[in-house]
Write a protein that binds this ligand. Structure first.
Ligand SMILES: NC(=O)c1ccc[n+]([C@@H]2O[C@H](COP(=O)([O-])OP(=O)(O)OC[C@H]3O[C@@H](n4cnc5c(N)ncnc54)[C@H](OP(=O)(O)O)[C@@H]3O)[C@@H](O)[C@H]2O)c1
Length: 389
């Protein structure tokens, strides 16, 4: 029996993970769950899974949950400390890191420091402090299993191969819902258009990241740290059907890929039960029915966020953390209809231009940059959203 903590249990990855747990109760038990402010969903999860502990980042929300769960055995914690305590629960064997954004850095790092194996969906902490997280994992003998479908595909395509033989990692990108639009059309894209992902059903933030291709920028940085492969060996190809989840090319030019219908339960289950595979009750891939798979080079001109990801990695230090924070602020401003779609890349670029990177020697270096970049990006967003005189 594997005892599981889910950081971000009320989100898209969190609920998919609980779906797997509910179908394999002989294999998994949810012992800790966390959310931000979604009291309704967390209460439902407490009643269904009876975890020992839950935590809500929002203290007022935790207070409401306590009132609703009176008489139940679950301990309800709150705030950053509550998240940290849940992430480091003594009885937990595996922590699913599925909070969205930089807010996941502190609890995920705490889990690693406490010696917990981690299944990582929450890519932003790896972008902010990848070197630090990997050093800590090595020190504690902890493994970090990728959940992101692309990184899970790379991980699976590397199994049984020598890292020295890798020539290239090729990340696939769906291109998102706006792939076919011209730059002029991108200027007027609405929130509804940008949220209509062709292949995946995900949280709002990552869906917008997919539309800008910043998701791929973040994933390039994530791959660099997860697999210790330099950026020069990481490439991106747009693959509209999201059937090939990523590929690895070896020295002899042999290319190994992982394929499957787009459903996050497959990579989540692989990370939860590695190296054993779980018999998931999902439709099988039927290649004859799909017929054609298409591939394109990414368009860095229309989708500059991918370039920003490579730039941040090349500059190094705290630059990826600055990029990530600026992206979070800009995406929220777009969702709030304060800036246009092209304003997202513009806000990130201006924030990065103003940032003076230093080494990420401690988690405070990343957190300090995160706070600085949020303030800076906030100013940029304000200037972009100010009504024209
Ligand atoms: N969704 C996918 O298919 C997918 C695929 C690959 C990678 N990922 C990555 O996985 C992560 C989660 O994505 P998602 O789509 O599942 O996001 P989501 O649906 O928006 O869920 C986010 C989760 O994080 C919690 N949360 C939000 N802000 C928080 C804060 N400040 N402090 C603590 N908890 C907070 C939310 O709680 P509330 O519900 O209470 O707000 C919720 O449980 C992201 O890093 C994303 O890039 C997702």
């Amino acid at each position: 029996m594997k005892r599981i903590v889910i950081l971000g249990s009320t989100g898209s990855i969190g609920t998919n993970t609980l779906d797997i747990i509910s179908k394999f109760t002989e294999k998994f038990q949810a012992v800790g769950l966390t959310a931000n402010g979604n009291v309704d969903k967390l209460e439902e999860q407490v009643r269904t899974f009876s975890p020992a502990v839950v935590a809500m980042a929002d203290r007022a929300a935790a207070e409401r949950l306590r009132a609703r769960c009176k008489g139940l055995k679950t301990t309800i914690l709150s705030g950053t400390d509550g998240l940290r305590q849940t992430a480091t629960l003594a009885e937990a064997d595996l922590v699913i890191s599925a909070i969205v954004g930089g807010a996941g850095l502190v609890p995920t790092l705490a889990a690693i420091t406490a010696g917990k194996f981690v299944a990582l969906a929450n890519k932003e902490p790896m972008v902010m402090a990848g070197r630090l997280m990997q050093e800590e994992a090595r020190k504690r003998g902890v493994r970090i299993f990728p959940v992101d479908s692309e990184h899970s595909a790379l991980f699976q395509s590397m199994e049984g191969h020598r890292v020295e033989d890798i020539r290239r990692l090729i990340l696939t990108a769906s291109g998102g819902p706006l792939w076919n639009l011209t730059k002029e059309q991108l200027r007027d894209v609405t929130v509804e258009q940008a949220l209509k992902h062709p292949n995946w059903k995900m949280g709002d933030k990552i869906t917008i990241d997919s539309a800008t291709l910043m998701n791929k920028g973040l994933e390039v940085v994530e791959a660099r740290w997860l697999f210790d492969i330099p950026a020069s060996k990481i490439e991106v190809v747009v693959h509209r059907e999201s059937i090939i989840h990523s590929l690895v090319e070896y020295a002899d030019r042999s290319v190994i890929a992982q394929l499957g219908l787009p459903d996050m339960r497959t990579p989540i289950a692989y990370a939860m039960n590695y190296p054993e595979r779980i018999p998931l009750d999902l439709p099988s891939l039927n290649l004859a029915q799909i017929g054609t798979l298409t591939f394109f080079n990414p368009d860095h001109d229309r989708f500059p966020c991918l370039t920003l990801g490579y730039d941040a990695l090349r500059i190094g230090g705290t630059m990826p953390a600055a990029m990530n924070a600026a992206n979070e602020v800009a995406v929220q401003a777009f969702l709030d209809r304060r800036i246009g779609f092209l304003g997202i890349a513009e806000s990130i670029r201006r924030t990065m231009d103003a940032h003076k990177p230093v080494e990420v020697s401690t988690v405070e270096d990343a957190l300090h940059t995160d706070a600085w970049a949020r303030a800076k990006a906030g100013d940029v967003v304000n200037s972009l959203s100010a009504p024209a005189r």
